[in-house]
Ligand binder design. Structure first.
Ligand SMILES: [Zn+2]
Length: 139
């Protein structure tokens, strides 16, 4: 199954890079294709699949040696990817500037830090959304 998905390049042509490093199984032994940050099913419908992203866990603008490195990639929904922006989970650790790969521990740690960042941003967006709705409803 993994080979088939990898070969099909089902993640916008990047599947072969991501699948070996992102094996997620559901209870039925089938591959899940989930946002690394909110766990949304990225294959729930065509718009979700088509707007999903091949996220660079550490931003490609700063970590050139990790741009094409599979361990620095993760599938992401459009919303999480936008909220994450250029968030740099390793900003206090300059050694990652020249890293050739991320260990699974580092990967997990950076994804968890990004989740926290995204959650804060999400709360801000929720506030803005409620304000916008109340303005529109009262006018
Ligand atoms: Zn998400």
């Amino acid at each position: 199954m993994a080979e088939k998905l990898r070969d099909s390049g089902s993640f916008k042509g990047g599947g072969e890079k991501i699948w070996p490093h992102f094996p997620r199984l559901n209870g039925k032994g089938k591959w899940n294709f989930l946002c690394a940050y909110c766990e949304m099913d990225l294959l729930k419908d065509i718009p979700t699949w088509q707007s999903s992203h091949d996220d660079h866990i550490l931003p490609q603008s700063k970590y050139k040696s990790l741009v094409n490195e599979p361990t620095n990639h993760a599938p992401s929904c459009c919303f999480c990817n936008n909220l994450k922006g250029r968030f740099d989970a390793a900003k206090d650790e300059p050694r990652f500037r020249d890293s050739k790969f991320l260990t699974s521990e580092e990967r997990t740690r950076f994804i968890d830090a990004a989740k926290e960042h995204i959650e804060k941003k999400r709360k801000e967006k929720e506030k803005q959304f409620e304000q916008l709705k109340s303005i529109l409803e009262s006018s």
